[in-house]
Write a protein that binds this ligand. Structure first.
Ligand SMILES: [Zn+2]
Length: 123
């Protein structure tokens, strides 16, 4: 259970900055202190994934990211980790959204998943 949004935002900012460093400048990102504030501001007050159709309770994984681990989602990936472009979702949602950062890419992912669903339902 996450008891302090500030501490959770610091942890999430650390994870995010690590990802940004690995991308070697290809992802725009706020400086650490500002990023922490932006993440804290975006943190869902109910402590659950910002995707209302998921609403999984957020909690840190045990030594690694798990489905319920908080994850900083970039609505438009190219804009990066800046205020207004981030949502705090569960790791499962963020992984599933992947690189679908445009309307076209999101529609293509939906079409592919609908096809997969029809295959599974037919088995
Ligand atoms: Zn979720």
């Amino acid at each position: 259970m996450i008891v302090s949004i500030r501490k959770a935002a610091e942890q999430a900012a650390g994870n995010t900055l690590s990802r940004v460093r690995k991308a070697k400048g290809r992802i725009p990102c706020l400086p650490r202190a500002t990023l922490i504030c932006a993440i804290a501001k975006a943190w869902p007050a109910n402590g659950c994934c910002a995707n209302p159709r998921c609403a999984r309770e957020l909690d840190w994984g045990r030594g690694k990211a798990e489905a319920h681990s908080p994850s900083v989602h970039k609505v438009i990936p190219a804009r990066g980790y800046v205020e207004g472009n981030i949502r705090i979702v569960c790791n499962a949602c963020n992984t599933r959204i992947g690189e679908a950062g445009t309307i076209e890419a999101t529609q293509a992912a939906i079409v592919a998943l609908q096809w997969q669903l029809s295959l599974l339902e037919g088995m």
